[in-house]
Ligand binder design. Structure first.
Ligand code: ATR
Length: 291
């Protein structure tokens, strides 16, 4: 990487930021595409969010990603917000425009991009979503936007599923989301479901845990996507595969959110083979089987 007078800066703000894979994604794409940009992490404390966003703009920074716990707080300091990010109530990508940064949620856009690349049909389909936290919010609003027919939203604290479900159903003016308690999964009568695992259960080092273990549940799943990518094969994925379903981890979603942000920052289109090369690098970094 050659830094010169024309190098533009990209970065990530969050707390903590030490374990992020985003610099690996963005710097690899920049190098492959021959763009004179450099991506670095910035540790930002909660009280400094406004100063960080305004300071980044003042420093002519080209774009920023935003991670936990700042995805809501940054929304107050932007020149505009994409409608999907507005619905989700979280922004993870700030794109430089005249007059300030414009906010997107590429977790949501990237998730849909991944499903499309896996040729998973969404329109008119039914899904079951496990979890109702921040990650689930992006997934649920994104699937609703894509015209999914129905989502069973299962969460340990049913009130959180009810609140998120009510928000989606209000926006779409129909009962897209059916909120349920996690243990009520046996009441789902539909079959041929897409399942998305959005809880933190099963994340390393708790690799042998999973929110639902019943075989009856997994029999109904044609594809199971776990947002977790450490370990590379979660217990949820094992159970999906054992019942004959296709299982994916969250690494492609992470990659797709990064590629989408990179395209928005730099106003370019990343060729598929370059994204694939970065995916192989990430697999290597995570020492996982990348089949
Ligand atoms: P994230 O941003 O990763 O979504 P989060 O907003 O803290 O993180 O959400 C974590 C999700 O994992 C929630 O759905 C949470 O369920 P509750 O809302 O009931 O807390 C779920 N979760 C975490 N630990 C869990 C556990 N031991 N059993 C079941 N669900 C769990």
């Amino acid at each position: 990487m050659k830094i010169d007078g024309k190098t533009r800066l990209l970065g990530l703000i969050g707390n903590p930021v030490e374990h992020t894979l985003s610099p690996a994604i963005h710097n690899a794409l920049a190098s492959q595409m021959g763009l004179n940009v450099c991506y670095v992490p910035f540790l930002v404390k909660e009280a400094q969010i406004q100063a960080a966003v305004e300071g980044a703009y003042a420093l002519n920074i080209l774009g920023m990603n935003v991670t936990v716990p700042h995805k809501q707080a940054v929304m107050s300091y932007l020149a505009g917000i994409d409608p999907l990010a507005e619905q989700i109530g979280a922004v993870n990508t700030l794109v430089r425009t005249d007059g300030g940064f414009f906010g997107y949620n590429t977790d949501a856009i990237g998730f849909i991009r991944e499903l499309k690349s896996e040729k998973i049909e969404l329109k008119g389909e039914t899904a079951v979503i496990l979890g109702a936290g921040g990650a689930a919010r992006a997934v649920v609003f994104a699937l609703a936007k894509e015209g999914i027919r129905r989502m069973y939203l299962l969460n340990r604290s049913v009130e959180k599923a009810e609140e998120l479900g009510a928000g989606v159903n209000r926006v779409y003016g129909r009962e897209v989301v059916i909120p349920m308690a996690m243990e009520a999964y046996c009441e789902i009568e539909e079959e041929h479901l897409l399942a998305v695992q959005c809880t933190s259960v099963g994340l390393a080092p708790d690799c042998d845990r999973c929110v639902i273990t019943s075989e009856d549940f997994y029999r109904k799943i044609h594809t199971g996507v776990d947002l977790i990518y450490k370990p590379a094969e979660t217990m949820f994925m094992k159970l999906v595969a054992e019942s004959g379903g296709k299982a994916c981890n969250g690494l492609k979603m992470l990659l797709c959110q990064g590629v989408t942000a990179f395209e928005l920052f730099n106003d370019v289109k990343v060729p598929e083979e370059m994204a694939q090369a970065v995916y192989q690098d990430l697999c290597g970094e995570l020492e996982m089987d990348d089949e």
